[in-house]
Design a protein around this ligand. Structure first.
Ligand SMILES: C[S@@+](CC[C@H](N)C(=O)[O-])C[C@H]1O[C@@H](n2cnc3c(N)ncnc32)[C@H](O)[C@@H]1O
Length: 264
């Protein structure tokens, strides 16, 4: 099950003044303008958001990268897609992981590139991306929502074909359709239907995400429910999650996916 999501603002930037496609989710041009607005001080990513992203980066390093490292005896080569300001990715670079960064625009990457000038960067639209090498881990955080189901399946296939022999694809979705969110969306649409808004992307149930992965020939190796305790992001393993059509609350979900023919 999935539902269109609409927003008026994000990080205190008014999205309705930015260039948005008529009947498709916000595209690269809107994000380019959005990050210019942020850079020029109009809008504000709050400190709580930054802290939760940093601790998410730490959690993923612990639960996913270190597991891979202990299994295969070396650090993984990582491709991080649609990184935005790259807060979680900054944690991995500080820990000396070999990370290639990607986004559809360059503005949001400036600060991270100043801190890590050697880091390889790919600028491309996710919907048409060609990944130029093989990676042990390909990871996408909070960014699959802008893809339609067909684009998501196609992207997952492209990513799968760019995984090295023991590769894993890691998908973190914050756009989970829950009962609470469904109710909130209905109220919001009723109360604010006359206001300007931007088509942002799709909310999906965990089972919808798992189905897209299966359609792309990927198997779920592990699934985590991602919650926030104070300012700390916490990952908890949850198997039953994948059968869930609607979760109760707006939790986010992290899936570790692998091709069925990988050795371990
Ligand atoms: C919600 S932000 C998430 C950023 C980061 N992963 C995070 O968790 O903070 C979505 C990111 O996707 C990028 N993006 C949007 N549309 C894209 C597209 N069609 N192709 C590639 N990246 C895109 C935006 O520039 C933005 O950085």
């Amino acid at each position: 099950m999935k539902l269109r999501a609409y927003h008026h603002s994000w990080q205190q930037v008014d999205l309705t003044t930015l260039p948005a496609p008529a009947n498709a989710p916000a595209g690269p041009e809107l994000y380019r303008q959005f990050y210019i607005e942020l850079e020029q001080g109009r809008g504000a990513p709050d400190q709580h958001w930054r802290t939760t992203k940093r601790t998410l980066g730490e959690g993923i390093a612990h639960h996913v990268f270190e597991q891979w490292e202990s299994r295969f005896g070396r650090k993984p080569r990582i491709l991080a897609l649609a990184v935005g300001l790259g807060v979680a990715e900054g944690v991995w670079l500080e820990r000396e992981y070999d990370v290639t960064l990607h986004d559809c625009q360059e503005t949001s990457l400036r600060t991270l590139r100043e801190r890590f000038p050697q880091v390889p960067v790919i600028i491309a639209d996710l919907r048409t991306i060609e990944i130029p090498a093989k990676f042990d881990i390909i990871i996408i955080l909070a960014s699959e929502y802008m893809l339609s189901s067909r684009e998501l399946a196609s992207f997952l296939r492209v990513a799968k074909s760019s995984l090295a022999e023991d590769g894993r694809l890691v998908l973190h979705s914050v756009s989970i359709l829950s009962m609470v969110r469904l109710a909130k969306e209905c109220v919001k649409r009723f109360m604010r239907h006359r206001e300007a808004r931007v088509f942002w992307g799709w909310l999906r149930t965990p089972s919808e995400l798992a189905r897209s992965a299966a359609d792309a020939g990927l198997r779920v190796e592990s699934a985590y429910r991602v919650g926030v305790n104070g300012s700390t992001t916490v990952l908890r393993k949850r198997w039953r999650l994948l059968d869930t059509r609607l979760t109760l609350h707006d939790e986010s979900v992290l899936l570790v996916l692998r091709a069925p023919d990988t050795r371990f």
